[in-house]
Design a binder for this molecule. Structure first.
Ligand code: ADP
Ligand code: MG
Length: 285
């Protein structure tokens, strides 16, 4: 213990993904992913529709229906792939869902109390913390006490997701398209709250490490990534600094498609059609 002043900083955490190969419905989608995210770092993963971004987040958290074909995922040395999802969460891994699930009959405050209890954290003061965090991200407090996500707008759902992260204080969070389905005000509120979480806290906790899956630079304007990775057909074909996201937005995805993208039978790997006029078009070959 220090003699007054700031608490000593606790050890940093690292999520390490090496050579990860994964399949869904019998098709190989991830074809060798290498990524390491440590406390306080923000890594962005950008890529076209169907590249495997959600598959990556699903395999890291252990969503049923995804098959690991090879490689490893570790969290501070723990073999993540051998653990059930709740134990991954208890270690400090967190997923912000692209499409938050509606759960009739279960309220967010109950979910959070159970989650905190399951990881051995006390629940004293949770109500006050919830109120404070809801106000901070512009979420109406009454939404915390009714059925989770039911009938909420896209922006409210993503604020609910962000609130969970703020209260549970995971060590590493994967954000699967935090920016889909919400307006610019909600995006800014959520991104700023998460960015604040990446700073070390006064009680000595290291900052949150973030793996932000996104199509949009505007999320990255708030989250300010240290590294940007471009995922194409299940492989990271380019990694660089934040300027890579600017290049992608300016030049489109075609500039990166030649590199490292040998062909995986695209006939049995259909691409979703982009919404006309959307940024998805940018990512379409
Ligand atoms: P992204 O998030 O990058 O848009 P996904 O990881 O969702 O891509 O999907 C990658 C590929 O895997 C796509 O071709 C998609 O159709 C396929 N896929 C994803 N989930 C399933 C599933 N549950 N069943 C069958 N195919 C799936
Ligand atoms: Mg996706």
């Amino acid at each position: 213990m220090g003699s007054g002043g700031a608490a000593p900083e606790k050890a940093r955490s690292t999520l390490a993904i090496h050579g990860l190969r994964g399949a869904v419905a019998g098709k190989e989608i991830l074809r060798g992913i290498d990524l390491e995210v440590s406390s306080g770092e923000v890594h962005a993963v950008m890529g076209p529709n169907g590249a495997g971004k959600s598959t990556l987040s699903a395999i890291v958290m252990g969503k049923p229906g995804y098959e690991v074909l090879g490689g490893s995922v570790t969290f501070d040395g723990h073999d993540v792939l051998a653990l059930p999802t709740w134990e991954r969460a208890a270690l400090g891994l967190h997923l912000v869902l692209q499409y938050p699930i509606e759960v009739p009959g279960v309220a967010l405050d109950d979910v959070l109390r159970e989650a905190l209890a399951a990881r051995g954290s006390g629940t004293d003061g949770v109500d006050a913390l919830l109120g404070e965090e809801a106000a901070r991200i512009g979420l109406e407090e009454r939404l915390l006490h009714r059925s989770l996500n039911v009938d909420l707008s896209g922006g409210e759902k993503k604020r609910m997701e962000t609130l969970q992260l703020a209260v549970l204080r995971p060590r590493i969070a994967v954000l699967d398209e935090l920016d889909s389905g919400l307006d610019i005000d909600a995006l800014r509120a959520c991104a700023r709250r998460i960015e604040a979480a990446t700073q070390p806290s006064a009680d000595g906790e290291p900052g949150l490490g973030v793996l932000a899956i996104t199509h949009y630079n505007r999320l990255l304007a708030e989250l300010r990534p240290d590294r940007v990775h471009i995922l194409v057909r299940g492989r990271i074909v380019e990694s660089g600094g934040p300027e890579l996201a600017d290049e992608l937005e300016a030049g489109g995805y075609a500039a990166f498609s030649a590199d490292g993208v040998d062909d995986v039978a695209s006939a049995d790997h259909p691409r979703p059609r982009p919404t006309p006029g959307s940024l998805d078009e940018l990512f379409t070959t």
